[in-house]
Design a protein. Structure first.
Length: 277
């Protein structure tokens, strides 16, 4: 099974690009983030014609997450137990945002997540980000301890670069900057510990970025960030046979500012899949 995660930055703009990617790289399952549409606006027909079933969670033109699979989907869940909401106006309870969706595919549980950006270290969105990661870890700790737990992956845009080598854009290393702050890095590390998960692609591709800003020729100068990950449970990690960052997806016409991260799981039927970096 080949599983990918990709912040597509508007699925309506990039539906053809995503479908082409699925075919060209022989992807079985893709977790998508920033679909930026309501459920009734998602291009289900294009994915159905390509042979993919889609579960989508979108409330408006912001955020939005989805899972597309050509191997079927079951036990679909929007959000996760205890997922925090957010309100700039102090509304109680704060409304939930479309930032997580899970489904089961052939005995593997996959969760697509879009972690809050944080916006600024003094912004209420920053504490929301830290709380969101904390509750995500708790939810999957509880899932892992449940009698029905399956091998699982939490895949998506985490909006945190865990170490300085994940930062090619030095603007993100300046004091007071989000994505690289000590608080965010500690929250991400604690999420991994609490959920009992590990980055499954880093051991296979230690270097490389997954995001480059559209501005100032960041991609051409390779001034990017590594903020998109696939975190797997121990039983998921045991199945991993390969993984890579598909950097070429940032090239071409109207690309997303993120690129896919891909992992291959062991199966009985081994085949030759394209490995394109």
């Amino acid at each position: 099974m080949r599983i990918a995660t990709w912040n597509v930055n508007s699925i309506r703009t990039r539906k053809a690009l995503v479908v082409d990617f699925l075919h060209q790289l022989d992807v079985d399952v893709v977790a998508m983030q920033e679909t930026k549409c309501r459920d009734d606006q998602f291009p289900f027909d294009e994915f159905d014609a390509a042979g993919y079933e889609v579960a989508h969670f979108g409330l408006n033109q912001w955020n939005g997450v989805a899972i597309a699979s050509r191997l079927g989907l079951s036990n679909i869940e929007q959000g996760f137990p205890g997922m925090p909401g957010f309100s700039k106006t102090g509304e109680l309870p704060p409304p939930l945002e479309a930032r997580a969706i899970s489904a089961t595919i052939e005995g593997i549980r996959v969760c697509s997540v879009y972690v809050p950006n944080g916006r600024g270290l003094d912004d209420p969105h920053f504490s929301y980000k830290l709380s969101w990661l904390d509750h995500l870890g708790q939810a999957f700790r509880d899932y892992a301890q449940s009698p029905h737990a399956l091998p699982f992956a939490i895949a998506g845009d985490f909006n945190v670069a865990p170490v300085d080598s994940d930062v090619g854009d030095t603007a993100f290393l300046q004091p007071g900057t989000t994505h690289t702050s000590e608080a965010e890095r500690k929250a991400l590390a604690q999420f991994q510990t609490t959920a009992g998960v590990a980055d499954v692609v880093r051991p296979l591709q230690p270097e490389g970025y997954t995001f480059w800003d559209y501005k100032q020729g960041k991609f051409a100068k390779d001034e990017g960030l590594r903020i998109d990950f696939i975190y797997g449970s121990p039983s998921f990690v045991e199945l991993v046979e390969g993984g890579f960052i598909h950097r070429d997806a940032r090239k071409g016409e109207s690309p997303s500012d993120h690129v896919p991260v891909i992992v291959d799981l062991a199966s009985e039927d081994e085949d030759d899949r394209p490995m394109i970096f």
